[in-house]
Design a protein around this ligand. Structure first.
Ligand code: ARG
Length: 511
C-alpha cells in the first residue's frame, strides 16, 4: 500500500474524479479496499477537504464533488462578487422579513445581521477569501456566514432560492449603475454646453451626405449632441422605472408555502412592488436587455461624436485641436498628434453593442423560468456599464480640452455656396414658386462655378440675367452671416432660436 502515499498521482487518475468521495469513502466502482480508502482519506489535500465540505451545501443527495474542469467552468464568483453589496442588502431585508413573519427568531435575525455586517466589512477591507468551490457570490457569502455564526446562518435561505436572489441582486445593481451613468451623461452635457457658451457666434459649415450644405451656428450643432444625450438619459430613467420591481420571494420559480411577506422585502429594498408572477420573476431579463439597448444607443451617439471630432481634428478639416492632455503621439512619426481617446470611444462602442447582442442571443432559446445560461448575463452587463462609463468620462474630458479654430473655420466658410438655400427662400418671398427658385439658384451657382466666385460676388445684372425676380435687397441674404440670421423657424439655427435653446439648457443643467 505504499503507493497510497501519493494517491492522487497513482491510484486516482484511473478513477474519474466525480466518481470518488473521500469523505464517505464511497466509490461507484467500489474497487478500493476499506483500508486504502481510510488511508487516502487521511491524505486528502486541503482542496479536497474544502470540496467535501461544500458538498454539504447541496445536501445529502450528493456524494461526489464536481470535477475541477466543471468547477472552473461553472463558477461565477470571479465576476459576480461585485454584486456583494446588493446580495448582502437583499439578505438583510430577507432575514428581517423572516423574523417579522415568525419564520426565524429575533435572536437568529440579529446574529445574521451582525454576521452580514462583519462579512461586508471583511469584503471591503480585502480580508474576505472568495472561493471558487463555493461557486458564486451568493454561496460564498452564505457559507462564510455559516462559518462565522453557525446554525442561525442555515436559516437565511428559508423561502429563498438563488434564482430569485440573483435577479434581485441584479436589479439592485442595475439601479445603482443607471444612477452612475445618468450622472456621467449629465457631466458630458455640461461639458458640451460649456463649449457652446465659449464659442458664441461661430458659424461652421453644416454637412449633409458629408457635403457642404448650409451654414449653422456651432452652438446649434453642439446642442444637437446635448439633445441626443438627453434622450439617452430618459431611456435609462424609463428603464430604471420599469426594472424597479422585486423578484425576491419568487424562490425557485413557484413561490413558497411559507408565510413570507413579499411586500415587506420589496419596500425595504426600495422597489415599487413585488413582481406579480413568480415564474416571470425568475425568468425575466428584459431589464438587462433594455439597459444594454439603452447603453448601445448611447454608445452609438458617442461614436458619432467621436467620428466627427476625429475628422474635425484632421489637417483636411482643421476645425479643432485637442490639447496635449487628451492626445497621443506616434512611436515613429514625430510630428503626429492623434485624437486617440475619441477613436477609442468610437471603437469601444462595438463592445457595448456586442454586449447587447450577446444577451439577446443568450435569451433567445430559453424556456421559461430560471436556466443556468442566465449566469452568462452578468459579464456583458458589467462590461457594458464599465465601458459606457469610461466612454462618457473620456468624451467629457475631451470636450473640456478642445479648441475650435475660429480663423480656419471662417476661412473655410465661403466654399460650397452654403447660402444657396437662403437665396432660394429669398426668391420664394418674392413670389417665385420654390421649384422655380431652386432652378434659378442652381443656375446662379453654375455661373459662380464658371466665374470661380461666390454668390455674393455676382453683380445684380448677373443675377437678373438669370431671373428678373432678383432685386437690390438680395445682398442682405447672401454670405453665411446673413444666411444664418435669416433662419427663424422653431428649432432652427437662427441665432435667436439657438440663444433660447442654450439658455434653456443652461438652466436645466444648473450651469
Ligand atoms: N450564479 C447563478 C447565476 O448567476 C446563481 C443562480 C444559480 N441557480 C441555480 N439554480 N443554480 O445565475
Amino acid at each position: 500500500m505504499r503507493t497510497l502515499a501519493h494517491p492522487h498521482h497513482t491510484l486516482l487518475p484511473s478513477l474519474p474524479r466525480q466518481r470518488r468521495s473521500f469523505a464517505t469513502g464511497a466509490t461507484k466502482r467500489r474497487c478500493w479496499s476499506p483500508a486504502a480508502v481510510a488511508m487516502a482519506a487521511d491524505l486528502r489535500t486541503e482542496h479536497d477537504k474544502k470540496v467535501d465540505k461544500e458538498n454539504k451545501l447541496w445536501g445529502g443527495r450528493f456524494e461526489d464533488s464536481v470535477t475541477d474542469a466543471v468547477e472552473r467552468f461553472s463558477e461565477s464568483v470571479s465576476f459576480d462578487k461585485q454584486l456583494y453589496k446588493h446580495d448582502i442588502r437583499g439578505s438583510r431585508a430577507h432575514a428581517s422579513m423572516l423574523a417579522k413573519q415568525g419564520l426565524i427568531s429575533d435572536s437568529d435575525r440579529n446574529c445574521i445581521l451582525s454576521g452580514l455586517d462583519e462579512i461586508e466589512r471583511q469584503i471591503e477591507n480585502g480580508e474576505f477569501v472568495w472561493r471558487t468551490d463555493r461557486e458564486d457570490v451568493h454561496m460564498n457569502i452564505e457559507a462564510a456566514l455559516t462559518d462565522l455564526i453557525g446554525e442561525p446562518a442555515k436559516k437565511l435561505h428559508t423561502a429563498r432560492s438563488r434564482n430569485d436572489q440573483v435577479v434581485t441582486d441584479l436589479r439592485l445593481w442595475c439601479r445603482d449603475a443607471i444612477d452612475q451613468i445618468l450622472s456621467c451623461l449629465k457631466q458630458l452635457q455640461v461639458a458640451i454646453v460649456m463649449l457652446a457658451i465659449e464659442n458664441e457666434g461661430l458659424i461652421v459649415p453644416g454637412y449633409t451626405h458629408l457635403q457642404r450644405a448650409q451654414p449653422v451656428l456651432l452652438q446649434h450643432l453642439l446642442l444637437s449632441y446635448v439633445e441626443q444625450l438627453e434622450r439617452d438619459s430618459s431611456r435609462l430613467v424609463n428603464c430604471k422605472d420599469r426594472l424597479n420591481i422585486c423578484p425576491l420571494g419568487a424562490c425557485a420559480l413557484a413561490g413558497t408555502g411559507l408565510p413570507i411577506d413579499r411586500f415587506m422585502t420589496s419596500d425595504a429594498l426600495g422597489f415599487a412592488a413585488p413582481m406579480k408572477n413568480s415564474i416571470d420573476a425568475v425568468s425575466d431579463r428584459d431589464f438587462v436587455l433594455e439597459f444594454l439597448a439603452a447603453n448601445s444607443i448611447t454608445a452609438i451617439h458617442l461614436s458619432r461624436l467621436g467620428e466627427e471630432w476625429v475628422m474635425w481634428a484632421s489637417e483636411e478639416f482643421g476645425f479643432l485641436t485637442p490639447s496635449d492632455k487628451v492626445s497621443t503621439g506616434s512611436s515613429i512619426m514625430p510630428q503626429k498628434k492623434n485624437p486617440d481617446p475619441m477613436e477609442l470611444v468610437r471603437g469601444k462602442s462595438a463592445r457595448v453593442v456586442g454586449d447587447l447582442v450577446t444577451l439577446l442571443v443568450l435569451c433567445k432559446g430559453l424556456p421559461q423560468a430560471y436556466n443556468r445560461d442566465l449566469q452568462e448575463d452578468k459579464e456583458p452587463l458589467f462590461d457594458s456599464v464599465k465601458t459606457i462609463i469610461g466612454m462618457l468620462e473620456v468624451t467629457t474630458e475631451f470636450a473640456q480640452n478642445i479648441t475650435f479654430y475660429r480663423e480656419r473655420i471662417q476661412k473655410a466658410l465661403p466654399a460650397g455656396h452654403l447660402d444657396a438655400t437662403t437665396l432660394a427662400d429669398y426668391l420664394v418671398k418674392k413670389g417665385v414658386p420654390f421649384r422655380t427658385s431652386h432652378d434659378i439658384v442652381g443656375r446662379s451657382v453654375a455661373l459662380c462655378i464658371a466665374k470661380n466666385c461666390q454668390l455674393s460676388d455676382l453683380t445684380l445684372g448677373d443675377m437678373q440675367s438669370i431671373s428678373p425676380a432678383f432685386e437690390g435687397d438680395v445682398y442682405e441674404f447672401l454670405g453665411v452671416e446673413n444666411s444664418v440670421e435669416k433662419f427663424c423657424s422653431y428649432g432652427s439655427t437662427g441665432s435667436g432660436m439657438v440663444a433660447e435653446q442654450l439658455s434653456a439648457w443652461i438652466s436645466k443643467l444648473g450651469i
